[in-house]
Write a protein that binds this ligand. Structure first.
Ligand code: SF4
Ligand code: SF4
Ligand code: FES
Length: 236
């Protein structure tokens, strides 16, 4: 099968972006986009469809097992993990790789996602006091802990604008674990942040749920968080 891989390239923050198209032939439909990028980068003689040399393609990866979220990028306009996207998905052989759009581009497919971590810090999402692991909160805590902080949910969230007040699913998913483990008397600050930074801005459209590569039950976590933070009920 002949593939054309179009990559939105930008060597650093100070230069304009451009598109580069590279041809690649393989019968391995199980090959992932992550392996494809590694293979292309391993060829020092690589040229594009116009015969121009291809500079090393910048992208991020760590686990290559859908566990770290580092390789998130836009693949044919959808936010996906490169290590979880197989060439067999592209029947027409056209693959378009672009960086996530909601974050500043560092180079090529690498973006600065530090806003997600700043938001977690702003909510105060860490345990300083004694945490209680209860049978009741177990499922919530487990589901919440599966978040990769990949940013795919922010990419499609109509209400998330970096730097603005609404923090979106990448914040409320990890919040669920802390809410399930903190005793009621120690939750006040996090509950206030949750209402201000998440509950008030979320339109509950659940586009985030549909793109989450970890297939987290985002709706369940959102409903539970709202029940605890807004309606003052206990974890279900
Ligand atoms: S439910 Fe909608 S508004 Fe709320 S975080 Fe998800 S995509 Fe954004
Ligand atoms: S909720 Fe899903 S899409 Fe959002 S950051 Fe976590 S793993 Fe990624
Ligand atoms: S490299 Fe870790 S999720 Fe893809």
């Amino acid at each position: 099968m002949n593939y054309t891989i179009e990559i939105l390239r930008r060597q650093n923050r100070d230069v304009a972006s451009y598109r580069q198209i590279i041809a690649y032939t393989t019968d391995d439909t199980e090959m992932t986009v992550a392996t494809l990028l590694k293979t292309l980068n391993a060829n020092p003689e690589l040229t594009d469809c116009e015969g121009k040399p291809v500079a090393k393609i910048e992208w991020e990866c760590s686990c290559l097992q859908k566990k770290c979220g580092a390789c998130a990028m836009r693949i044919n306009s959808k936010p996906r993990l490169a290590c979880d996207t197989k060439l067999g998905d592209f029947r027409d052989g056209k693959i378009i790789l672009e960086p996530l759009k909601k974050f500043p581009v560092i180079a090529d497919l690498v973006v600065d996602r530090s806003v997600m971590f700043r938001n977690l810090k702003n909510i105060g999402l860490w345990l300083e006091k004694e945490a209680r692991h209860t049978k009741k909160g177990e499922d919530i805590a487990y589901e919440s802990s599966r978040c990769l902080q990949c940013g795919c949910c922010l990419e499609v969230c109509p209400n998330f604008i970096p730097g603005e007040e609404f923090y979106s699913a990448a914040s409320f998913v990890p919040t669920a674990r802390v809410l399930s483990e903190l005793p009621k008397k120690d939750k006040a600050d996090i509950l206030k942040s949750y209402v201000d930074k998440i509950y008030k801005g979320c339109g509950k459209s659940l586009s985030c749920r549909d793109v989450c590569p970890a297939q987290i039950d985002i709706e369940h976590l959102l409903v539970n968080n709202n029940a605890v933070a807004v309606w003052k009920r206990s974890i279900k």
